[in-house]
Design a protein around this ligand. Structure first.
Ligand code: SDX
Length: 392
């Protein structure tokens, strides 16, 4: 057993690394990126500033931010052959599967980004990924609707251009409206990092073998896809739609969530670390009202969500298990109000989490962390002799 005496399923009580990037306090519901509170950053910063902060450790000054954005824009062109890969997917393909494939394929078109040891080489990988990823996200979404693909407008801001690439029609002011840009900025900031969650730990362990950045991020996208992790934001809307179709019968779904025989869980509830509330959920809940109000969107699903939260917070089963709305509970309602398709919600989570994944990968590589290789407790067969086929 190699000296291992106990195991820690799901690493609930295992620390995997030292990190200076994100601080969480699960009891107090505190979340900070490089020492700045998420509340301040969501209110006062924009997503590109927060990406710079997470990756390089300091808020950029104007010159640094402009150079960062210029370097990203210079590296946003995607090899034309990527269209052939995109064309090969059926329209029914889930965007998360398409995106993890296209992200991994970037390695093929950017071979210099595989063996990166110097900070300069890492920087080149980082700006290429931050440039190309939003393009892949927009193209993945538009390809499903048979809409034309392009690079938007390089004179726009980072988040503004993401919306421009995603929503070129039907009317220009739709994508230019400050409401949508501010809403997406805030949502991406709130998703940008979250210390050693499942997908970030995946990025770190794949990167620890010195596989390139694109391969490591592709693995992180796959981990995020799961409904217990980032895939929950899509599962929440599907659950709320189910409740609405059932005449708003939240009690039935609460009972299902408590029934041990029933695998159903209340999606968007619970968290490994937050045991009082998820500070991101609080901010997103307020933003949901604001954004839908500003857009003039009346969505009964928001009232069902609020009703479900209220009931769960009064139900001993959930209170005893410290189950509260997490980041995924309200985010999809805003995405939907913005016109983003449900199967793209987790892709939007990945778009937000990208700078966090990059920051964690870079910290792990710069600190020259060893390759990740946990041990086990062997509980299988003891030694036994081979039996020829005719004797079995
Ligand atoms: C994210 O780690 C991160 O930081 C993730 C994330 C990030 O930013 O990277 O915050 C993003 O992934 C948010 C979580 C999104 N997932 C969901 O909303 C899916 C539903 N939630 C659960 O599956 C669950 O709460 C987890 C996965 C989030 C956490 O699971 P844990 O910590 O392993 O807790 P557990 O499964 O051991 O549950 C403890 C108890 C169990 O009951 P008992 O066996 O003790 O009787 O609580 C119950 C569970 O059955 N429970 C739920 C529940 N979540 C936990 N019961 C009903 N509905 C739920 N949602």
């Amino acid at each position: 057993t190699g000296g291992v005496t106990t195991i820690d399923p799901g690493y609930k009580n295992t620390g995997s690394c030292e990190s200076a990037i994100t601080f969480l306090d699960g009891e107090k519901g505190i979340l900070r990126y490089r020492g700045y509170s998420i509340e301040e950053l969501a209110e006062k910063a924009d997503f590109l500033e927060v990406a710079f902060l997470l990756i390089f450790g300091e808020l950029p000054n104007k010159a640094q931010l402009d150079k960062f954005h210029d370097d990203i824009k210079k590296n946003s062109i995607v090899d034309e052959d990527v269209h052939k890969i995109l064309d090969a997917f059926p329209k029914s393909a889930h965007p998360m599967g398409v995106l993890s494939s296209l992200t991994s394929a970037l390695t093929a078109f950017n071979p210099s980004c595989v063996n990166v040891d110097s900070e300069e080489d890492m920087y080149q990988s980082v700006v290429r990924l931050l440039g190309k990823f939003p393009v892949l996200v927009a193209w993945t979404m538009r390809k499903k609707s048979g809409l034309p693909l392009d690079y938007g407008d390089k004179n726009l801001g980072y988040v503004e251009n993401i919306l421009k690439m995603m929503f070129k029609e039907p009317n220009e002011e739709y994508t230019q409206s400050k409401i949508l840009v501010n809403a997406l900025d805030k949502l991406l900031i709130l998703h940008a990092d979250h210390e050693q969650n499942c997908s970030t730990s995946t990025v770190r362990i794949v990167g620890s073998s010195h596989a390139g950045l694109f391969a490591s991020i592709s693995a992180g996208i796959s981990a995020l896809w799961g409904p217990l992790h980032g895939g929950a934001n899509q599962a929440v809307l599907e659950m709320l739609e189910g409740i609405k179709a059932d005449g708003g019968d939240t009690k039935k779904y609460m009972a299902k969530a408590k029934d041990k025989e029933d695998p159903f869980r209340l999606m968007g509830f619970g968290h490994r670390v937050y045991k009082n509330f998820d500070p991101r959920a609080k901010i997103i809940k307020v933003a949901a009202d604001e954004v839908l109000g500003d857009l003039g969107v009346e969505d009964p699903i928001l009232d069902i969500a609020k009703g479900l939260e209220k009931e769960a917070l009064e139900d001993p089963y959930f209170v005893d298990r410290k189950l509260y709305p997490n980041v995924d509970f309200y985010s999809g309602i805003i995405y939907r109000g913005m016109g983003i398709p449900t199967d793209m919600f987790t892709v939007m989570f990945a778009l937000g989490r990208l700078p966090g994944w990059i920051a964690q990968w870079r910290e792990m590589r710069l600190k020259k962390e060893p390759i990740g290789r946990p041990r086990q407790l062997y509980v299988g067969e003891t030694l036994r002799g081979f039996k020829p086929l005719e004797e079995r």
